[in-house]
Unconditional design. Structure first.
Length: 297
């Protein structure tokens, strides 16, 4: 398979990309297509594979920030309660991964903070937490919860430096230049500080079984990492990978039923009435990577 030699890989920078799949995007792109809760599974831009590191990516999708700036996602905010449970678990992972002195102030930055759910969980855990988020609407929602959310993206001089923890949860697959993002993360971390990165794993069993029908193949996802090329990218950016786990997610029955019914008939699952309306289901399909990295000196 010969490379097309049109683009450089977002993970390893090699000019060894080969197109695997033509774009499935039809019609006008708008911020709604980039919603966090989008369920148009299998619809992506043209996907290329790097013949050197294996990263799947959509290099023809070059400008996405404008869509995130104007993004509004009411369904995301409606699922705040179950997303908060997930955020609490991620904060615990981060706290267990860092060496701290008793009574030391712990500073956390959440990149791509949405409406500040992880910032809220970190604050409740006693951390000094701030988030940065490109969506004007999500920033305003976060402020309604009295959370410290800055509008923008990294790199950004407004966020300061010397953070003990930086979290990048379900973000890196959305950005045009993930290398630049992780370099910026390293810059704001203190020496010995940690970065917690979560992203879908295209090398997982679920992804292999479902192929391009996998739920993480979406318009908004423009890079699809596996453990190998995510590790490579982190090392290039000056971060030392320390541990890997498979995070769990938490969904309301209603939300999960809607997603499952993208694949299976709705009659197989009762409607969300009675006790099912309040049911929250933990789920770990093993198709996400949680990588903890340390800033190298």
């Amino acid at each position: 398979m010969k490379p097309d030699n049109l683009f450089s890989c977002r993970a390893c920078s090699a000019q060894l990309l080969k197109k695997l799949r033509e774009s499935k995007i039809f019609g006008h792109l708008s911020s709604e297509r980039f919603a966090i809760t989008d369920s148009d599974y299998g619809v992506t831009g043209s996907i290329y594979k790097c013949l050197q590191c294996g990263l799947l990516q959509c290099p023809e999708t070059e400008e996405v920030l404008g869509f995130y700036k104007t993004l509004q996602d009411d369904d995301y905010e409606a699922s705040r309660a179950e997303r908060y449970i997930q955020a609490v678990a991620l904060v615990k992972v981060a706290m267990h991964s860092i060496n701290i002195i008793e009574d030391q102030e712990i500073k956390l930055l959440d990149v791509g903070a949405g409406s500040g759910i992880l910032v809220e969980a970190a604050t409740h855990a006693g951390l000094t937490a701030v988030g940065i988020e490109p969506s004007t609407w999500l920033v305003e929602v976060g402020k309604l919860h009295n959370l410290n959310i800055l509008e923008g993206v990294l790199p950004n001089s407004s966020v300061g430096i010397n953070y003990d923890i930086v979290t990048v949860v379900d973000v890196i697959e959305h950005v045009v230049d993930p290398y630049e993002l992780l370099v910026a993360v390293r810059t704001v971390l203190r020496p010995g500080g940690i970065c917690l990165i979560v992203t879908p794993d295209v090398g997982s069993l679920a992804a292999k079984i479902l192929g391009f029908k996998w739920w993480h193949f979406r318009v908004a996802h423009i890079s699809y990492f596996n453990r190998r090329n995510l590790t490579l990218l982190a090392k290039r950016a000056g971060l030392k990978p320390c541990s890997f786990t498979r995070p769990s997610w938490y969904f309301s029955y209603k939300y999960l039923r809607e997603r499952i019914c993208c694949y299976l008939p709705s009659w197989m699952f009762p409607p969300p009435i009675g006790p099912l309306r309040k049911l929250i289901i933990p789920l770990n399909l093993g198709d996400s990577i949680l990588m903890v990295c340390e800033r190298k000196e």
